[in-house]
Design a protein around this ligand. Structure first.
Ligand SMILES: [Fe+2]
Ligand SMILES: [Fe+2]
Length: 468
């Protein structure tokens, strides 16, 4: 459990972000003297001045997609998600990376800040505008958003790749061992998932990006890891703490473990399954329970894992399998795993259909199932997380270039980073540039915009070739 003190820090930080976004929203609609604005400012200042009483100052910093309050990363919480996203977007738009409040901030200071903030929103040099207009305000200091350098980005990518493949080879090892009747070391599984959670907290986009790599031959292992990564990322959006995220990641990693009992001829069959073969396939949830309960050292997590293995195909409305007569409610972890499991399976070259679906196609099919087979709220948070154009989507730009979505941007979901793979002249590039769709020219016009998504399979594009 997290300590009381830690809870308090998070609560305060969430309040600051909420109240700040309320002030900014109000200030953009009403004039500065409006009662809604002045009341919000007063509330905000009483909080800030209370919190800066001892330390004398308080810093709110944006790093990547996250806010840090005095160097502590502020956890996402579901109820405040909209305010969070709003503030991240508004900060980025103005190139603001940090705001430091000193003790004794007055309402007049906030009014100047609001004016500068709004003006910066219309400026071509937003940061210069805001810092210029605030040069006389002593108690509120803004600092520029740090851009992450390309070289550092590449290093981070290498580390993430290693973490991912480590997990894949581990999941392969576990399955092979259990199949052979050997004992499996669960402590190691915990370490692997812990490392995934740590890296997810630092580099969520990069790690999620790895899930776009689907390997035909090693499907089950990649799939297990992908489901684990997506689940943890979803758990993080639900405000889970690290311990819960690790447990969820472990549980998700083992959701399909019952497949070890399915003969390879069925598992690897390239044509449609017969009715008998389907019957065998549909037993993997039950076999999963059996496999998990014989593991040693998993204790509580073992029980939770076996529940999820049992429930992950039951569906939110109990129309799936195994069929049950009376059932109260699916475990939260099962509902999470169901959503991400369907997505990863549909976008991979196995199960359900032999041809993988493009990410946006899969999401639109799932949209139909939301509220029926899938938990509607979890599905909504999931789509919000993977974005309108999930990593690996093939897109046509208004420049006539073709590109692959390389890294998504939670703040501008329709403006991800895209790797150009076919240039304007129709020439295929093997190592094309990665362009940022949020970039504008000096007139404020975007350099590139996505026109439509295309099906990568139609164009025989091997994602792994590009994304690695
Ligand atoms: Fe399954
Ligand atoms: Fe699965």
């Amino acid at each position: 459990m997290i300590s009381k003190e830690e809870k308090e820090i998070h609560k305060n930080a969430q309040d600051i972000i909420n109240q700040l976004s309320v002030i900014l929203r109000n200030a953009q609609i009403h004039n500065p003297g409006n009662i809604a604005v002045t009341t919000a400012i007063e509330r905000f200042l009483s909080l800030i001045n209370h919190l800066t009483h001892v330390e004398k100052s308080l810093a709110l910093e944006l790093v990547g997609e996250y806010f840090y309050c005095d160097d502590v990363r502020v956890r996402y919480s579901l109820e405040h998600l909209l305010n969070f996203d709003y503030l991240v977007r508004e900060f980025k738009k103005r190139e603001i990376g940090k705001i430091v409040f000193s003790h004794g901030v007055r309402p007049e200071d906030v009014q100047v800040f609001l004016k500068a903030f709004i003006a910066a929103g219309f400026s071509h040099d937003p940061y210069d505008t805001i810092s210029g207009m605030m040069s006389n305000v002593e108690k509120i200091h803004v600092a520029i958003l740090k851009k992450i350098k390309d070289g550092e980005r590449e290093d981070a990518r290498k580390v993430i790749k290693k973490v991912y493949y480590n997990a894949v080879s581990f999941s392969k090892g576990v399955m092979t061992k259990i199949k052979a009747g050997e004992k499996v070391n669960i402590k190691k599984a915990k370490r692997i998932v812990e490392s995934m959670v740590d890296h997810l907290l630092e580099e969520e986009n990069l790690l999620i990006g790895m899930t776009a790599i689907k390997d035909y031959d090693e499907y089950t292992y990649h799939h297990s890891v992908n489901v684990s990564i997506f689940s943890v990322a979803l758990g993080q959006r639900l405000g889970m703490n690290k311990k819960m995220m690790t447990e969820l990641g472990l549980v998700a990693l083992f959701h399909d473990i019952g497949k070890i009992e399915i003969p390879n001829e069925i598992l690897n069959k390239t044509t449609s399954l017969t009715e008998d073969e389907w019957r065998i396939m549909k037993r993997h949830p039950v076999w999963g329970v059996r496999a998990l309960l014989t593991l040693r050292g998993l204790d509580q997590t073992a029980i939770r894992s076996s529940i999820v293995a049992f429930e992950h195909h039951m569906n939110y409305d109990f129309t799936g399998y195994p069929r049950v007569r009376q059932y109260a409610e699916l475990d939260l972890y099962s509902r999470i795993v169901s959503v991400v499991d369907q997505y990863d399976a549909m976008t991979s070259a196995r199960v359900y259909s032999r041809i993988p679906l493009a990410p946006d196609k899969a999401l639109s099919i799932m949209m139909e199932r939301a509220g029926k087979q899938l938990d509607p709220l979890l599905f909504k948070i999931f789509t919000n997380m993977v974005g309108v154009f999930p990593i690996g989507s093939l897109v046509m730009l208004d420049t006539k270039e073709l590109g692959l979505v390389y890294e998504s941007d939670i703040v501008f979901p329709d403006r991800p980073r895209v790797m150009i793979i076919v240039d304007r002249k129709g020439e295929r590039l093997l190592k094309g540039p990665v362009v940022n769709l949020t970039e504008k020219d000096e007139n404020g016009i975007y350099h590139r915009t996505i026109k439509i998504t295309l099906d990568p399979n139609k164009y025989k594009i091997n994602l792994a070739e590009y994304l690695l």
